[in-house]
Design a protein around this ligand. Structure first.
Ligand code: IMP
Length: 179
């Protein structure tokens, strides 16, 4: 285990197993259709690559970059699109692929923007869900894991751009962000 982690929540094996299960469920639900996987950079990229390769339905990929107006996350959800999609999503079955849904404010903003582009359907698929922290009601149809209200890193999730490449998801020691 990495020395900055207090505890490993999910190992790489557990994560990959769960992603395959989720991909099976999504492939069944979208049988005969093509999905547009809209991934929010950068955290969700690790989840996306495994999910996309496990889908048995055709999928297109596109990416959204979000910039926060408050670097310290003092104002959660105050965000803007820093990198927009390259493709038009009108009439498409869109799956928004997120790393983690916390308060839900970021996703509420994104879903508002994307629904205005008239996709055929718009559904959220998140790697992690901190459901107890939710401030706004967001429809999350697919989730890999629900987690407690602790700060986690790894498998794409970062603290100050670090720890994304850890192969597991773990709780970061509080001394690291209280420094
Ligand atoms: P929300 O708008 O509060 O739902 O925030 C979602 C964003 O907060 C995610 O996309 C992450 O960037 C960040 N975030 C929330 N909790 C964590 C965590 O435990 N670890 C790493 N990033 C987190």
């Amino acid at each position: 285990m990495h020395e900055d982690l207090e505890k490993v929540l999910f190992t790489r094996e557990q994560i990959l197993h769960r992603i395959r299960e989720l991909a099976e469920e999504i492939s069944g639900d979208y049988q005969g259709r093509e999905v547009m996987l809209v991934t929010v950079l950068k955290g969700a990229v690790f989840f996306l690559t495994h999910l996309a390769q496990s889908l048995t339905i055709p999928a297109r990929l596109d990416f959204l970059g979000i910039a926060s107006f408050s670097p310290g996350r003092a104002l959660p959800g105050v965000v803007r699109i820093a990198k927009d999609l390259d493709q038009d999503i009108q009439g498409m079955d869109v799956l928004v692929v997120e790393d983690i849904v916390d308060t839900g404010l970021t996703l509420r903003y994104l879903l508002n923007v994307l629904s205005g582009r008239q996709p055929n359907s718009l559904v959220v698929c998140t790697f992690l869900d901190k459901a107890t922290r939710r401030l706004v009601d967001i429809p999350v149809k697919y989730r890999c894991f629900e987690i407690p209200d602790r700060f986690v890193v790894g498998f794409g999730l970062d603290y100050d751009q670090r720890y994304r490449t850890l192969p597991c998801v773990g709780i970061l020691k509080s001394q690291i962000y209280q420094k």
